[in-house]
Ligand binder design. Structure first.
Ligand SMILES: *Cc1c(COP(=O)(O)O)cnc(C)c1O
Length: 378
């Protein structure tokens, strides 16, 4: 079966899924995986049943790695690791690999960067050098880099480049050479917006992403690491988390998450066939603009407090002014085939996650629904 490269044929019984993660996958990828489930390319077995060291799986792995490198223009001096442990696993792996037991700095723009700082404090001195809750009165944007109080002993600076829960996104990665005045590696948790925009690799030390938002199934974690940062791990760093060990073994020090890698590879091919990262970015802009316009034009019926220049293109958060309507909003949405719009429990309100696999038509259907709901209940 071939990937459907033209407009997606939507299956009638599948709703538009705005889940924050694990999230929607392209339907043509699911259809292809389904067709190949019992017998992958004449091998007689499922991808799940293959040795990770056999030639069939190695070909799947190498193609996934190669497509990803091409899609994101990853320079040769970056290793791409296919790991397990999720975003939260990386919150421990990063200080174990990079802090040298000394210190690390954190810019806190939402729940995820806050968690990262807390986890790192187990392994090194973790300093919050800017906190949007303090400087902006809430997670409503990115504190200006002029205000970051970078510590001299920090071995790296960590950001979450898209805060999935609060809907705050860095529109560009900070240039730490200029901000810190020295080679301070930037660590970026890009779990929820990777593959939706290009990456300025000159600004990156390590970038990581759990797969379950914009890449594929849960269980796979991608780590991009600049080669000169390998070999700094603490003695106590578990081998499966040690970037140098994993780089030297092509991420096969132990059994990698083979099926998740296979699906991720199909997603990479799908992105390529759709027009690559530029097309994903174009769609993300179209989808997010549409929803933010709908919110801003609602006369306060819907509210989003994030600074316009920090609004996420992937996770559109909003509140209904009359919170008594929340349940009705969600129930009616579901009836119209618009599911998983409830905000994170720590924040409340609503959140539409419009990752790459959510079609543009999904955003139009949601905006239409939001307008008619506001008309009816405003
Ligand atoms: C989902 C998410 C995580 C959590 O990843 P797990 O795979 O659950 O450990 C970390 N960071 C960000 C930005 C996320 O969106």
């Amino acid at each position: 079966m071939k990937l459907n490269t033209a407009t997606e044929n939507r299956l009638a019984d599948r709703p538009f899924n705005f889940s924050p993660g694990p999230a929607a996958l392209p339907e043509s990828v699911l259809a292809q995986a389904s067709a190949e489930m019992l017998n992958w390319h004449g091998s007689g077995v499922s991808v799940m049943e293959m040795s990770h060291r056999g030639k069939e799986f190695i070909s799947i792995y190498e193609q996934a790695q190669q497509s990803l490198r091409e899609l994101l223009n990853v320079p040769p001096h970056f290793k791409i690791l296919f790991l397990q442990g999720g975003g939260l696993g990386e919150n421990a792996a990063i200080p174990l690999n990079l802090s040298q037991g000394k210190a690390a700095d954190f810019v806190v723009t939402g729940a995820w960067s806050q968690k990262s700082a807390k986890e790192a404090a187990k392994y090194c001195k973790a300093t919050v050098v800017a906190d949007a809750e303090k400087s902006l009165g809430g997670f409503y944007g990115v504190p200006s880099s002029d205000s970051w109080q970078i510590s001299s002993e920090a071995q790296y600076l960590h950001i979450c480049s898209n805060e999935t829960i609060h809907g705050v996104e860095f529109q560009q990665l900070p240039d730490l050479d200029a901000i810190a005045g020295r080679d301070l590696p930037l660590v970026a948790d890009a779990s929820s917006h990777i593959l939706s925009r290009t990456v300025d690799w000159a600004r990156v030390g390590v970038m990581f992403a759990g797969a379950q938002k914009n890449i594929g199934p849960a269980g796979l974690t991608l780590v991009f690491v600049r080669e000169d940062l390998l070999g700094r791990a603490l003695e106590i760093c578990p081998s499966v988390m040690n970037y140098q060990v994993m780089a030297q073994t092509d991420s096969m020090f132990n059994t990698p998450p083979t099926y998740a890698i296979y699906i991720a590879g199909l997603v990479f091919q799908w992105i390529k066939a759709q027009g690559g990262i530029a097309e994903m970015e174009r769609r993300a802009i179209e989808k997010s603009k549409l929803l933010y316009q709908c919110i801003d034009a609602s006369d306060g019926f819907y509210i989003n407090r994030v600074a316009v220049d920090s609004r996420s293109r992937m996770n559109v958060t909003f509140f209904l002014k009359n919170e008594n309507l929340n349940d009705l909003f969600l129930t009616n949405a579901k009836e119209r085939g618009l599911i998983n719009l409830k905000g994170h429990k720590s924040v409340g309100g609503m959140r539409a996650s419009i990752y790459n696999a959510v079609p543009v038509e999904g955003a139009y259907a949601l905006a239409d629904y939001m307008k008619s709901f506001a008309q009816q209940h405003g």
